[in-house]
Design a protein around this ligand. Structure first.
Ligand SMILES: [Ca+2]
Length: 376
């Protein structure tokens, strides 16, 4: 009897450890030298966004509707209490997470998610206080209007500009034409104050039949956004249809063309006019066919990987890794594909200067990327 109990105990103790690759390290060769890729944890279900707490821990969203705290050693917390209810279908669920620029003082965090409601679901942003490892005072500060049925194209990333405004990227919910309609939020990048109010200098403030939160329009599905640290300006990428993923520098009031033009085709093969046929619309600074399916991005500014300084790192679902772009101002001068062997949902720079990536899997990973040897 005792032996059997002991055997059962061993089985239960051994199962999770045997199933996990936590701590596993790989070395990869890249154009700029060898990098070490460490699996911080592989116990995240479809992780989507990561934010770095001042104490060295990380907040990670899981698309099915959970927020987790992960330590640098790979310990994953129980789900954080107090999160809003999400529409966890298709591409919907919990999306991005960002800390307030003054988080150390105000403990405010921002979450973007697919919010269920009358008519279906739409992208929303909630703000809450993160204290004692729980959320309190959850308030929805942005709601994409209208809610529609279906589980595709919610966006969404959050990026704080140096002036304190918050950019929220969305998708057109696979509805196409509404991306051109300024009276709805589908297929838009919006710009709000951290409390949800509308900045006075937004491009469509006071314009009839236009929503004042809109910053730029004609977007398809924007799952990556970051502020260029050299210029303070927003950059964003978006998923094309069959072909035609784009990197854009979304400017106030400009139309980025979807679905009027695209470097891709419709899924059923129907052609779409190429962007140069409509010079009145804003063009991309780079586009990809076949697609990389971009999700998440970061300008690298750290000193741990000095060869990557000033580069733009983009996560790729179809690319199954990181797309590293070298830049000269607003021009892309080079590209390297760094394979991580899995759909890559997010890529960020940690406060320690390492690069972190999330893989879009049922046993999704948080990866830490450093040089194989410390820089000299
Ligand atoms: Ca476009």
């Amino acid at each position: 009897m005792r032996l059997r109990l002991l055997l059962i105990a061993c089985l239960f103790a051994a199962l999770p450890a045997a199933a996990s690759a936590q701590g596993k390290v790989r070395t990869l060769n890249t154009d700029t030298g060898s990098i070490r890729v460490t699996i911080v944890t592989d116990r995240l279900e479809h992780p989507w966004g990561v934010a770095f707490l001042p104490d060295g821990r990380m907040l990670v969203t899981e698309r099915p509707g959970r927020l987790r705290i992960v330590t640098a050693e790979g310990e994953v917390s129980a789900p954080v209490k107090g999160v809003p209810k999400v529409f966890a279908q298709g591409q919907g669920g919990f999306l991005d997470v960002a800390l307030d620029p003054n988080f150390a003082d105000n403990r405010l965090v921002y979450l973007s998610f697919a919010e269920p409601g009358p008519g279906g679901a739409s992208t929303a942003v909630a703000r809450a206080k993160f204290e004692n490892d729980a959320l309190t005072g959850v308030t929805v500060i942005f709601r994409q209007e209208p809610k529609v049925s279906g589980g595709n194209h919610f966006g969404s990333r959050l990026a704080f500009a140096p002036d304190g405004n918050l950019f929220v990227t969305t998708g057109e919910r696979f509805e196409f034409e509404p991306a051109q309609d300024l009276s709805v939020d589908l297929g838009k990048i919006v710009r709000i104050r951290p409390d949800g109010k509308i900045p006075d200098d937004n491009p469509f403030v006071g314009q009839k039949n236009a929503r004042p939160e809109i910053w730029s329009y004609g977007h398809r599905n924007v799952e990556g956004a970051a502020i260029n640290p050299e210029t303070g300006v927003l950059w964003a990428h978006e998923m094309g249809p069959r072909g035609g993923d784009e990197l854009n520098i979304p400017q106030a009031g400009k139309n980025y063309g979807w679905p009027l033009v695209s470097w891709g085709r419709h899924y059923d093969g129907r052609p779409i006019p190429d962007p140069p046929t409509r010079p009145d619309l804003a063009g991309s600074i780079r586009h990809w066919t076949p697609v990389i399916s971009p999700s998440g991005m970061a300008f690298y500014t750290g000193s741990l990987l000095p060869a990557w300084r000033g580069n733009l790192l983009i996560g790729g679902l179809t690319a199954r890794g990181i797309v590293r772009l070298t830049l000269d101002g607003e021009k892309v001068t080079g590209e390297e594909r760094i394979s991580l062997g899995a759909r890559t949902r997010d890529v960020r720079q940690g406060t320690d200067g390492a690069v972190y990536a999330l893989t879009d899997e049922e046993n999704g990973k948080l990866l830490r990327i450093e040089p194989a040897r410390a820089p000299e």
